[in-house]
Write a protein that binds this ligand. Structure first.
Ligand code: CA2
Length: 144
């Protein structure tokens, strides 16, 4: 099974600023955590980060026939991007939405998620572990 993990804008800054919200571990640390977990459970992963909406759309489109599941933290594009929602719908690959912080307890503008309507599940507020839970969920529900 192959899972594509997509991270949106500014997540490459993890550990550098706002440790009170996102923790003090770095983006490299997140990638290591994901890769080690995936290896342990026998899942192939590709981890992708971009600060650009169109690049994220391109990456989702490229996943057709190559990927069995998508874990996506669209970051700020969660709250704005119909284009990312449409790309997920177009490829029709099972996807889980992840947020490091508990967006439900934050500003009003973070209460909207465009991708949520497509995703099989949303995991928010579990820190980096949310990505591992998302991978496990996709493995557990594969083929359903
Ligand atoms: O909680 C999440 O994972 C978010 O997707 C993170 C986004 C935010 O816009 C969403 O509302 C919730 C922001 C990612 C920016 O990450 C930073 C990390 C370190 C320093 C500054 C920003």
């Amino acid at each position: 099974m192959k899972i594509l993990v997509i991270n949106g804008p500014n997540l490459n800054m993890l550990g550098i600023r706002e440790p009170d919200i996102y923790g003090s571990d770095t983006y490299e640390g997140l990638c290591r955590l994901i890769s080690e977990h995936a290896e342990k459970i026998g899942v192939e992963t590709e981890i992708f980060q971009s600060n650009h909406e169109g690049c994220i759309v391109d990456k989702i489109q490229e996943a057709i026939n190559k990927t069995d599941g998508i874990v996506i933290n669209p970051a700020a594009y969660t709250h704005t991007s119909v284009a990312i929602l449409d790309a997920l719908k177009a490829v029709n690959i099972p996807a889980v939405e992840v947020h490091i912080s508990d967006v439900s307890q934050r500003e009003d503008f973070r209460q909207i998620s465009f991708v949520r309507s497509y995703c099989k599940k949303t995991i928010a507020g579990h820190g980096f572990l949310g990505y591992l839970e998302a991978i496990d969920y996709l493995v557990k529900t594969a083929g359903e």
